[in-house]
Design a protein around this ligand. Sequence first.
Ligand code: MEV
Length: 318
Amino acid sequence: MPAIASSAPGKMILFGEHSVVYSRPAIAVPFLGVKVKVTALANPLAPAGQVKIEAPDIGLQTTLDQLPVDHPIAIVIHAVIETLGIRSLPAVTLRITSSIPITAGLGSSAASAVALARAASSFVGYPLTNEQVSQIAFRSEQRLHGNPSGIDNTVVAYAQPVYYIRDKPIEFIKVAAPFTIVAADTGVSATTADMVNALRMRWQADPERHEGWFDRIAEIVDLARSIIEHGDCAELGPLMTRNHALLQLLGVSSAELDRLVDAALKAGALGAKLSGGGGGGNIIALVPAGSEESIAGALIEAGAVWTKSTVVSSRGDS
Ligand code: MEV
């Protein structure tokens, strides 16, 4: 069997993280400038059915039977086997490499699951559909995040901008005029599960106030959608900054995230917000085309450990 290579992009949540868990809408786009790549290489000399896993970025080198069954990688491979209705994979080495910063809000876990499901299914000659791959990635997200909305696996599997409400049909959105985003990493890692769980406790303590904030974010998301589809993208900036202020009220920002948001705005960004689970990880800033380098420089000066600029279009970004 020939070697198979599959990949999946990262993601950026432009508007609506966290409130999307509470059935409000959110908008996410694929982040094509970063990706997870999985190669599947036949191992004819290995015992039948042995699946070797190599993930050098996280120092993992093991076999499937050594992994706990609820490890996200094991969940994905068993789900592929179940979906395809086969007994096991032929002996294979699955090598996972990634340029997506981990626990940084950019979808590295969803992208790993999607790329792995694609590589394993293509290796046996039955590549799964985007929907099947998305469902499999959702199962591993459930293991990692407890109560994921499903937006991460959806945007990563379909690699298109989405307007997403949990348990509703996915709506793909057209980007009328491409716009430029700079992402910047605080270098602080925070797990989405912790952020989602902590917010749930605050929501349980004061549902009325939190529901009000979720509703205000939902209004921003709907306005943003119509702006994205009609092309006045500079108007997205103030909406991003307003969304960030509401995320602060929800308690999912941090001093480091706020510092980068302020630095982006001072350096000329049209708007900025945290993106993803928060608590650490990345901010995203909408910037005038041509100013990405100077704004990225200001973000590094303000403490960012990594920046990447990208142009968002109907395909995602470039
Ligand atoms: C994480 O990328 C987005 C959150 O809204 C969680 C979720 O939607 O599952 C924080």
